[in-house]
Design a protein around this ligand. Sequence first.
Ligand code: FES
Ligand code: FES
Length: 183
Amino acid sequence: MSHRVPVRLTVNGVRHELDVEPRLLLVHALRDQLGLTGTHVGCDTSNCGACTVHLDGQAVKSCTVLAVQADGGEVTTIEGLGTPDSLHPVQEAFWDHHGLQCGYCTPGMIMAGADLLQRNPDPSEEEVRRALEGNLCRCTGYHNIVKAVMAAAQTGRGSISEPGPTAEGRESAAELAQEGLGA
Ligand code: FES
Ligand code: FES
């Protein structure tokens, strides 16, 4: 029988106690144990950024973090960033500026963009491009992705803190998924 360890995580404001194998990656804990499939796996080797979430307020590639390393931490996933009725400004800007094609990279791009704007509310285009260079878009939609992050910054609201998740917000993740903004 494989050895398992307890891990406590607060994800999108909700506390969870998990029993995980020590080798389990955070991305798999989120997707497979908590059902938060808005966080995507593109490569599993830290190259693509599709798995980007916020851990204790900072963007991390969740395929590079073991679930046990996140023990006691606060995680925000794309499902916790906004709701269909109240999108996060970066989500709103991706919508307005058509910052997605197939949508596979989109949750990671949005989490990386939101992280940048928390740290730097008024980035130059160069700074946006640099901040997103660890996130790959297989559809090569970079132009509109950068445009969207710049637009979110220009609203002056890009740095607002992440909204606290609500039951309604969590339940509406499926709606966001249909629009390519959440899953
Ligand atoms: Fe984590 Fe690609 S799945 S960086
Ligand atoms: Fe298809 Fe980026 S929109 S991978």
